[in-house]
Design a protein around this ligand. Structure first.
Ligand code: MOS
Length: 751
């Protein structure tokens, strides 16, 4: 691979699908045209813990236009349960009589129109035998047990108890993070139709091959007989994964012999899909008087449903942040009568780094030390939990550049010491991190006579600019313009790509694109050197390169690319696979079968790979009203190669904004008696508005990483949000002297 691709800061590129998106031409799954669809509407349980004793469907069936009503009584055994790629399958719906949580799907009404389906759904009468539900932590009947960690064993090292007992400076604290719900603009949708034995599904998915595999298994059919299409996703963030709804809509379409389309309501999205579970955490830090960490203990409790052990176990991240010889971690799950949680942007890091980075601030205060200095003293180039060197780690460069831009040196360390009229002013900081995960993928590239390229891969566009990432990479590698490249993604008839999760997407699809391009270059170069009539006849194919629309060789040898293509028959198609170093070649088969395969940032023996960043924020708290404002944020990140600085900046901004939301606004309220979500819509679920969003400066710290993957890309999908909640909480402490350990920080907590 040419060296000049490594860490070259590409020029900002307007996204190739931008015009389609703003003009409505971009086809999101529920926009896909289907002929004569019937419409589905979900009936959801009104109680949280019950057995269904019977249904009364007479009134619903009497609604004109009703075509079918699915309940466990008529379809329960027709398909197998959705296994959800083995990760976080939600509590199931129509298989039996058990109601696991409020808002569980208990019936699906199909009608000629959406309105008729909705009307009939409201007339379905469900008889329950109810029991007292447990809403969450501390509820009678909630069941606590040690977690089976989802992302590998929990870090343990040295002798924490002895080191903590001996530490001259100690911090101990408890933190809480709330329930948060996915509120992407695009709702949860599914459209299905059958043609003979072949099923087509239009549904937003962060893993097309995985969703296809899960569905094929439910119907016990060959994966090749399911076509799964998801060309654009209107916000994923971890929510657009496997869902029980897909199987029921596919079954409804089969029973009716006609396409069926479901668009769930926003309120139904709160209970039929996944969410970020509430956590409770305890941290103990021991340090020397000069600030070196000698002992770290981090334990978490995470809420989950009755049947699932889902957990995110973010101690895997916090235990690798700073040099420390004695580390002890533990994670527990608490089962209650709630729907199963699932991934939400930086699932482990958002709640757990809140606790660690708040505790680090508490330690800095106890030591009377600048909080950035404390991070510097404990910075490390070796992953403390796994013992491997980092492939690169530029955390302190991030802090230093952010501090310079922010004016951190103006900070008076004393809490409540800075003010401006009626406003108390606080400066706070926190570290961001996210593992550099990467997955296997394959691609097909077709070069035409005209010197244009079609790139085809079953990749995922979640709004992050993935089409553009592929177009930029292919254009650069083949010496073409971005406009010369057409990218097709989001269809299971295309070559498979790993799930778009864990921020691997850009690294995965860029590296496979580059490998495909290298194969194109080699084919054209080999044909050129074999052609004695060409300027390259008899030369070394390895040194020929593609540049500016030409095949170029040593000296001034140049041939227009169209001629090189003519030589191989006027068109050239190559297929290529990318298997990340550290994964066996068999992962390509697993990928084709729709299994969730990815190399995690700590999955290699030679290096731990992760991106790092630093958030610096200014907070203002009104002396009288306790209103909280965030006038400015400076965030710096080092994440290896940046492919498109324009899209990268947007991604970082989005992360920072959600971080502000997570610190100050967001929480799903739960009625403890009924185990119901109370504020389950955008009218009452608080998110920031424009007036809440301050000046945000993003610094992209240059970082060259030749180890992480061939193109040196770490991925930036999730890091932007990580630690922002702690940076704001730390600034609130600096402004007011009040340490808030329970998110969100709303003004009543500062009264
Ligand atoms: Mo992300 S929460 O890995 O989609």
């Amino acid at each position: 691979m040419p060296d000049d691709m490594l860490n070259a800061m590409a020029k900002p590129t307007v996204r190739v699908d931008g015009a389609a998106k703003v003009t409505g031409l971009a086809c999101f799954p529920s926009d896909e045209p289907v002929e004569n669809p019937a419409y589905a509407y979900l009936v959801t349980s009104t109680v949280a813990r019950a057995e269904i004793t019977s249904f009364d469907l007479a009134a619903a069936k009497a609604v004109p236009g009703v075509l079918d009503i699915l309940t466990h009584e008529n379809v329960g055994r027709d398909i197998k349960p959705n296994r959800g790629f083995g990760m976080s399958a939600n509590t199931t719906t129509l298989e039996g009589t058990r109601v696991w949580h409020q808002g569980q799907t208990v019936a699906v009404v199909i009608a000629e129109t959406f309105e008729a389906a909705r009307d009939a759904a409201a007339r379905v009468v469900v008889h329950y035998e109810t029991q007292e539900p447990s809403a969450g932590f501390g509820s009678p009947g909630a069941h606590e047990e040690p977690a089976t960690p989802m992302f590998g064993p929990l870090p343990q090292k040295g002798d924490f108890d002895a080191a903590f007992a001996a530490a001259p400076v100690r911090v101990e604290a408890e933190y809480e993070t709330p329930t948060q719900h996915h509120n992407a603009i695009e709702l949860f949708t599914t459209t299905c139709f059958w043609e003979g034995d072949t099923l087509t599904v239009y549904e937003p998915s962060q893993y097309i091959y995985g969703s296809r595999a899960a569905l094929a298994e439910q119907f016990e059919m060959a994966q090749g007989n399911v076509r799964y299409v998801s060309r654009f996703i209107g916000g994923g963030f971890g929510s657009k994964g496997p869902s029980a709804r897909t199987g029921w809509i596919a079954l409804a379409a089969k029973r009716l012999g006609r396409p069926v389309k479901l668009v769930t309501s926003r309120q139904q999205g709160f209970t039929t899909e996944t969410y970020r579970a509430e956590t409770r955490q305890t941290i103990k830090l021991g340090a020397t008087r000069d600030g070196r960490l000698t002992a770290l203990r981090h334990e978490g409790w995470e809420l989950t449903s009755r049947p699932s052990g889902y957990n995110v176990a973010g101690v895997g991240a916090t235990a690798t942040m700073y040099a420390c010889d004695n580390i002890q971690t533990a994670v527990n799950v608490v089962h209650a009568d709630r729907n199963t949680p699932g991934f939400m942007r930086a699932p482990p890091e958002v709640p757990y780094m809140f606790a660690l980075e708040s505790a680090m601030d508490e330690l800095a205060f106890a030591l009377k030390m600048d909080p950035i200095e404390l991070r510097r003293i404990n910075d490390t180039q070796v992953d403390p939990a796994h013992g491997h060197p980092y492939s690169s780690r530029s955390l302190m460069q991030c802090y230093d550049q952010a501090a310079e831009r922010f004016g951190w040196s103006e900070r008076n360390p004393e809490p409540r010491s800075m003010s401006d009229g009626d406003w108390l002013v606080g400066y706070g900081c926190a570290t961001a991190t996210y593992p550099a995960n990467v997955g296997p993928a394959s691609i097909r590239l077709t070069l035409s006579k005209a010197g244009t390229v079609i790139a085809e891969l079953a990749g995922h566009e979640l709004g992050t600019g993935a089409y553009t990432v592929v177009a930029i990479t292919v254009a650069r590698q083949l010496g073409l313009e971005v406009a010369d490249v057409t990218v097709h993604m989001g269809d299971s008839t295309l070559p498979p790509v790993a799930l778009a999760g864990g921020s691997n997407n850009a690294a995965t699809i860029s590296n496979v694109s580059a490998i495909g391009c290298e194969s194109v270059r080699r084919r054209l170069a080999e044909a050129a050197v074999a052609d004695m009539a060409s300027p390259f006849g008899g030369k070394d194919a390895a040194v020929l390169r593609l540049e500016g629309g030409n095949l170029v060789g040593p000296g001034n040898l140049t041939e227009p690319l169209v001629q090189s293509i003519e030589r191989v028959g006027g068109t050239l198609t190559v297929e290529a696979d990318y298997v990340p170093q550290g994964l066996p070649p068999e992962v390509m088969d697993a990928l084709r079968q729709g299994q969730a395969v990815m190399l995690p940032g700590h999955g290699r023996q030679d290096a731990t790979t992760a991106a790092f960043g630093a958030h610096l924020v200014e907070i203002r708290v009104n002396r009288h009203t306790r209103e909280i404002r965030v006038p400015r944020i400076v965030s710096a990140f080092a994440a290896g190669t940046i492919i498109n600085p324009m899209a990268a900046r947007s991604q970082y901004l989005g992360g920072a904004i959600w971080g502000v939301s997570s610190a100050l606004h967001e929480a799903t309220e739960i009625d403890r008696r009924s185990a119901r979500y109370v504020n389950h819509d955008l009218g009452e679920y608080l998110v920031p508005v424009n007036a809440d969003i301050p000046s945000i400066k993003i610094i992209m710290v240059p970082e060259t990483d030749t180890i992480v993957n061939p193109l040196g890309i770490k991925g930036i999908g999730e890091i932007g949000i990580v630690g922002m909640n702690a940076a704001i909480a730390n600034a609130v402490f600096h402004a007011t002297g009040q340490r808030i350990r329970k998110l969100p920080i709303r003004l009543e907590k500062l009264l």
